[in-house]
Design a binder for this molecule. Structure first.
Ligand code: 4AD
Ligand code: MG
Length: 430
């Protein structure tokens, strides 16, 4: 009798016979021995089939297996210090499930379009699997951080009657006879939730019909949005640096093998803890001018600006106090300098760009009423005004873009590899 198990758990079965459901990742043969590179999603192990030690049918079955063929393989687990996983299987039995022919993704190089068209299969490759494992660990660490720091998870709606951020990036849909939009951010609803629960966070998909075709933009991306009552701008920055440090340190602790598969330089990540540097928008403008950029006060930063600023630091950097006119209507003006707002963008190191946008929110009902007029916010926002009318309090929040965070931690060139099925400009398939 052999126990059914998975590759990740073979260490519990040394010297025993086990059965594993697996696919063939690769195969080598030296005449009298066949080496099956097996994968089952939980890990990788080599199965060794020795011609002189197995029935002829097992040898022939092994021979029939091609890349991505599926099987149940039975054999004895041995410790093998020379193998990467530390274990090997001496194969005694094979039950072929399906023999694959002409699997389109071979170990040779493929173009990006080809891989994206085959994303449903590309996901099986070791590097793509590693990214998905790291992404899942990031999500786990995010929830751990907020759940252990007094936050309650609240789920904002995905179908909304109005814009949360910029009205030019809305996905319009019909909601029976009404107009509706896919959410761009759960923030406004999270502000309502914070007034009910104190400290809250959301984690969900958000949508932006942005005509941006860059390595940092997705049309559908996932955002983590905490919102905190009685917390000011400065205090929010402290939560942000603790939060991002916790996430990075958790990945370092729990995803060593995956980071190795991704060939990530972990020394750059080990440094991500403690407090992060802060510079104001004004200082950033001066810094950029010193680097030869021609950027007037009042302009927003683009990717080259963010990268130049990030290069000056080996940790994420906060850029604070942006001009009010280039930021969202709900941000609280600096009481000492009303032309700038109490906000910060967190810029990741190594050129990965803005991973967090956040701010203290306007709590003064009169100022909010003014902003409503300036921005023509009508009926659809009345409920949001109520949050200031009834027991308004100072509060702050922020949004972390999951995919940009995954790209940074994994060291990927492009966000298209950070989510299983990316939705991008001109790509909806598969
Ligand atoms: O800076 P943003 O637009 O901020 C908000 O939506 C606020 N309402 C958040 C809040 O305060 N609750 O977006 C936040 C983050 C960005 O820093 C970035 O990481 C990510 O979301 N993001 C995108 N990621 C991938 N593709 C896109 N098109 C993105 N747009 C924003
Ligand atoms: Mg932003």
């Amino acid at each position: 009798m052999s126990t059914k198990t998975v590759i990740k758990k073979v260490n519990e079965h040394v010297g025993e016979s086990v059965t594993i459901g697996a696919w063939i990742n690769n195969k080598r043969s030296s005449g009298k021995i066949q080496f099956l590179q097996l994968r089952d999603g939980t890990g990788y192990i080599q199965g060794v089939v020795v011609k002189s030690e197995v029935p002829e049918s097992v040898w022939d079955d092994a021979k029939s297996l091609t890349q991505e063929s599926s099987l149940y393989v039975t054999g004895v687990i041995r410790e093998e210090p020379r193998s990467k996983s530390g274990y090997e299987m001496t194969v005694t039995g094979i039950e072929v499930i399906h023999v694959t022919s002409e699997y389109p993704i071979t170990p040779k190089e493929h173009g990006v379009d080809f891989l994206m068209d085959h994303r449903h299969l590309w996901l099986r490759s070791p590097k793509q699997r590693a990214v998905m494992v790291v992404r899942a660990e990031i999500i786990r660490a995010v929830q751990e951080f907020f759940n252990t720091n007094g936050f309650t998870k609240v789920d904002p709606p995905i179908l909304t009657p109005s814009a949360a951020e910029d009205t030019t990036e809305l996905f319009h849909i019909k909601y029976f006879d009404e107009d509706a939009y896919l959410t761009q951010s759960g923030q406004l609803y999270m502000e309502a939730a914070a007034m009910a629960l104190g400290k809250v966070y959301s984690f969900g998909p958000t949508f932006r019909a942005e005509k941006s075709k860059t390595r940092r933009h997705l049309i559908e991306f996932w955002m983590i949005e905490p919102e905190m009552a009685f917390v000011n701008h400065e205090e929010s920055l402290e939560v942000q640096e603790q939060f991002v440090s916790h996430v990075v340190q958790s990945v370092l602790k729990n995803c060593r093998a995956e980071l190795e598969t991704l060939e990530r330089d972990v020394t750059k990540l080990e440094n991500i803890q403690g407090s992060f540097p802060r510079i104001t928008y004004d200082e950033a403008i001066e810094f950029l001018k010193g680097k030869g950029f021609d950027i007037p006060w009042g302009d927003d930063f683009g990717a080259p600006h963010e990268t130049a600023i990030a290069e000056a630091y080996d940790k994420p950097v906060f850029i604070t106090h942006y001009p009010k006119d280039i930021k969202a209507f709900y941000m609280k003006p600096d009481p000492n300098r009303p032309e700038v707002v109490l906000c910060a963008d967190m810029i990741a190191p190594e050129g990965y760009g803005e991973i967090i946008g956040g701010s203290q929110r306007i709590d003064d009902p009169e100022l909010m009423a003014e902003r409503f007029k300036e921005h023509n916010l009508g009926e659809a926002y009345q409920w949001y005004m109520d949050l200031r009318t009834y027991g308004t309090v100072p509060h702050s929040g922020f949004g972390l873009g999951l995919e940009r965070t995954v790209a940074w931690i994994c060291g990927l060139d492009h966000v298209r590899e950070t989510i299983a099925f990316p939705r991008m400009l001109y790509r909806l398939y598969p």
